[in-house]
Write a protein that binds this ligand. Structure first.
Ligand code: PEP
Length: 265
């Protein structure tokens, strides 16, 4: 099976930047998004505090503004949390299940599924993050572990829900470490994920963007983007540098991730 989606390059700023640096990086990211709007979806997942400011400032650009997390609850006594109805007026998408949330906040697949449902119910796209630990890969369990994460979080979605789903395959051991999966291993995992989605709804499977994440840089991005089932990247560290981010977005356009790869096949 091959993909027929537009490629996406999404920056994850994590808990970085003061307000001035955030505004100037958002401005640079919006320029990148406008430059490549016909060919690549460009987004940034930003600290929740900056969301209304950045979303309203760059509303008329092609930049997709997103959140990094979201409560599964709509409202109530959940001190410190931000809900999907609060994010929805400002955000095109929200990350759910990032490995740093799983690791530092003990999020399990049931919670990730509840968050994913809240995001989709409130008219945003959910970017579901999945990935195995180093020990799980060494034990030969990577495909099973990631497959279970996908199905436990998104296995209940019908074609309507799948239209609002993106998946990022991010091996835990590659996030922020400078190590990456091999493009062949990342492709094998992306194909596995697409096969599982086809089991839910065959017609939707080519349309669900499957991204690779884990130390993506301008130098290695083309190797991932030329794989048939990899439709772009979730980029942490390199998204904090406008020049690096621009190069990664251009690589998605030039090497033909997603739809462009399909056209070239
Ligand atoms: C991430 O934050 O999802 C990520 C992939 O980070 P990095 O690109 O820095 O590895």
């Amino acid at each position: 099976m091959s993909s027929s989606t537009m490629p996406y390059v999404i920056g994850n700023w994590k808990m970085n930047l003061d307000v001035e640096s955030a505004m100037s990086l958002a401005e640079a990211s919006a320029e990148i998004a406008n430059e490549t709007a016909d060919d690549v979806g460009v987004g940034i997942a930003i600290p929740s505090l900056w969301i209304p400011l950045i979303s309203s400032e760059f509303f008329e650009t092609s930049l997709l503004v997103g959140a990094q997390d979201c409560s599964p609850h709509a409202a109530g006594a959940y001190t410190g949390d931000v809900s999907a109805p609060m994010l929805s007026p400002w955000c095109a998408f929200t990350l759910v299940g990032h490995s740093e949330r799983r690791q530092h906040h003990g999020e399990d697949d049931d919670l990730v599924r509840a968050k994913l449902d809240a995001v989709i119910e409130h008219d945003m796209a959910a970017l579901l993050c999945v990935g195995e630990t180093e020990a799980q890969r060494e034990a030969g369990n990577a495909l099973d572990v990631v497959g279970e994460q996908v199905l436990r979080a998104a296995g209940h979605l019908d074609s309507g829900g799948l239209r609002n789903l993106l998946v990022a395959y991010e091996p835990v051991w590659a996030i922020g470490t400078g190590q990456t999966a091999t493009p062949a291993d990342a492709q094998a995992m992306a194909a596995h994920i697409r096969g599982l989605i086809a089991g839910l709804d065959a017609g939707s499977a080519p349309e669900v963007p499957i991204l690779y994440g884990g130390s993506v840089k301008a130098a290695n991005a083309p190797d991932f983007f030329s794989e048939g089932d990899i439709d772009g990247a979730l980029v942490g560290g390199a998204s904090l540098d406008a020049d690096d981010f621009l190069e990664i977005v251009r690589a998605a356009r030039q090497t033909g991730a997603g739809l462009l790869a399909d056209d070239a096949r």
